[in-house]
Write a protein that binds this ligand. Structure first.
Ligand SMILES: CC(C)(COP(=O)(O)OP(=O)(O)OC[C@H]1O[C@@H](n2cnc3c(N)ncnc32)[C@H](O)[C@@H]1OP(=O)(O)O)[C@@H](O)C(=O)NCCC(=O)NCCS
Length: 254
């Protein structure tokens, strides 16, 4: 049994470089290209955010490796219903969390932003431990709950089916078909609604060609590797726009 411990980033700031490298190695290049990401990502590792970024640390032969990370923000939430969660999910909660910190606003809700597990250590329940660490933190600190703009991990293999339909698919055991939706569901999360424009990525056509190793000879929509939606290429402006849908899910912590 591998010796994997979960710790908040606040207590292990020395692991920043390892955590960032692990994340960069396991996400498609284009996912790092949102403007929100570029503006704010580094701030997640400074206080107060560092308290609710959690790391899964593998300890072996006096060496430590970061094998999992959950990133999250806290944001103000005055609504009675989670139906008010934003259509531009990931981008919006990231921005709201950063603005709340700048304006010193009280926050009532935590939103996860991403979970990343080193591909060599998948299927061992590391996401469950990271999500539970975040939920325990949220409960201890008196938050209302934890929401997640879930990025279904296998949707990219079904580009011809609508995101809404895909999220409702079931496996033979009548559980959610998508493994990542299933992980959240098994941990007690409920599906709230679709965030149709959760993540907006705009970049020059040339950058999209570098990110995807594809060529885009004419204007139009193109399926891209690991994309949950097509990238829309505009030849006249030499640009490409990608609007990724996510699924809002809610983890009750009471
Ligand atoms: C999503 C991610 C964190 C899941 O990690 P994990 O360790 O596989 O997660 P779990 O142990 O909870 O496994 C979840 C389910 O996925 C299944 N699974 C794992 N890898 C899989 C793969 N490559 N293909 C299909 N299913 C897979 C597991 O069997 C499990 O399903 P089951 O318990 O019903 O059998 C990991 O794949 C990852 O880091 N991906 C890249 C980043 C990402 O997409 N994050 C999610 C969006 S924020």
């Amino acid at each position: 049994m591998k010796n994997i411990v979960i710790a908040s980033f606040q207590s292990r700031t020395d692991l920043l470089e390892k955590a960032e490298k692990m994340i960069a190695d396991h996400w498609p290049d284009f996912m790092m290209g949102t403007s929100v990401n570029e503006n704010y990502w580094d701030r997640l590792y400074a206080s107060p955010f560092s308290h609710y970024q959690f790391l899964a640390i593998l300890k072996e032969n006096d060496q430590e490796e970061v094998v999992g990370v959950i990133n999250a923000v806290a944001l103000p939430w005055q609504h009675n219903s989670f139906d008010a969660l934003p259509d531009n999910g990931w981008d919006c909660v990231f921005e709201l969390g950063m603005q709340a910190d700048e304006k010193q606003l009280p926050c009532q809700l935590i939103s996860a932003l991403s979970v990343t597990v080193d591909s060599r250590y998948r299927g061992q329940g590391i996401p469950q431990r990271l999500i539970n660490a975040l939920k325990t933190y949220a409960k201890d600190q008196g938050y209302l709950g934890v929401v997640v703009p879930v990025r279904p991990t296998l949707k990219h293999l079904y580009p011809l089916h609508s995101f809404e339909e895909y999220c409702q698919w079931k496996n033979d055991n009548n559980e959610p078909f998508d493994p990542w939706i299933r992980t959240h569901w098994r941990l007690g999360a409920t599906m709230i609604k679709i965030a149709p424009q959760s993540m907006k990525i705009e970049a020059p056509k040339e950058t999209w060609e570098q990110w995807t190793s594809l060529r885009f000879p004419m204007s139009g929509d193109y399926a891209i590797p690991m994309g949950l939606a097509p990238v829309s290429i505009d030849i006249q402006h030499q640009s490409g726009t990608y609007l990724e849908p996510n699924l809002w899910m809610f983890h009750d912590i009471n």
